[in-house]
Design a protein around this ligand. Structure first.
Ligand code: GLP
Length: 255
């Protein structure tokens, strides 16, 4: 893992956007992984800015979302496909149909999850995946207690996750869906490159577990310790519980 402890959201966004821009310059038809949540928003803003400045094009790229709520109406603004459309997909030049997510309205959600896994596999897996992290250590919607090798699957959301996400649903937990379809930890691990963004004190414990804790289903993000190309971009608050902070700074500065 490369761990960067950075002084501003802008710096975090620039580094992550550089990774997408560099990849698309080398491989215009790359398979991109897109995440929802607030963590990647500044990265998307920076990518849209670069697109508008003519510095990057998504015209030949394809993209997969990490996850989707089950049961929200297809036009719900908090549906992840709609969120991604508003924050990046609809603001750049992706070809129509190039950005896909799990079918949260499918009659059989597990079948939809299996189809989603196959679709990602058929594309040769994701080239670059951006990730956030939940306060309980989840990535995508892989909650504690699941398999570290899971394929795309349906997931019952924990109360903690629903509470955290209630801010997007008028602060009303009863409006937050109880179930999602998510790429599994095994699916995410197949991505060639991963970049995880975390900011704020509320992420410090999950970040410390992810980077320095024992690999365990209790902290799903610890599976990233097995991946050989992961970049973790943190602000000081999110990094505050890391023991080896000085070492990570020295390694990052040496690169
Ligand atoms: C949701 C998403 C995750 C995201 C997490 C953290 O649960 N499914 O992909 O990483 O929230 O969100 P935020 O970045 O808003 O803290």
């Amino acid at each position: 893992m490369r761990v960067a402890i950075l002084s501003s959201s802008k710096e975090i966004a620039n580094i992550a956007a550089d990774m997408y821009t560099d990849l698309l310059a080398k491989k215009p038809d790359a398979v991109l992984g897109l995440a929802t949540g607030s963590s990647p928003l500044q990265v998307y803003q920076e990518l849209v800015r670069r697109f508008e400045a003519g510095q990057v094009s998504f015209a030949k790229a394809r993209a997969f979302l990490l996850d989707e709520y089950v049961g929200l109406p297809s036009d719900h603004p908090e549906g992840y496909r709609n969120f991604i459309e508003q924050k990046i997909a609809g603001l750049v030049d992706f070809a129509s149909g190039a950005v896909v997510g799990p079918e949260g309205q499918a009659e059989d959600a597990q079948e939809a999850a299996d189809r989603y896994q196959k679709a990602i596999e058929d594309e040769g897996w994701v080239d670059l995946q951006i990730l956030g992290i939940g306060t309980d250590g989840h990535i995508a919607f892989n909650e504690p207690g699941g398999s570290l090798f899971s394929t795309a699957h349906t997931q019952v959301l924990t109360k903690q996750t629903r509470q955290d996400n209630a801010r997007f649903f008028d602060d009303d937990i009863s409006q937050v869906p109880t179930m999602a379809i998510t790429q599994g930890l095994g699916t995410i691990s197949k991505a060639k490159k991963l970049v995880l963004v975390a900011e704020g004190k509320q992420k410090a414990q999950a970040v410390a577990q992810m980077v320095e804790g024992a690999v365990s289903a209790m902290w799903p993000a610890t599976v990233l310790q097995f991946h050989n190309d992961v970049t973790i971009l943190l602000d000081e608050d999110a990094a505050s519980e890391l023991v080896l902070k000085d070492h990570y700074r020295a390694v990052w500065d040496a690169q």
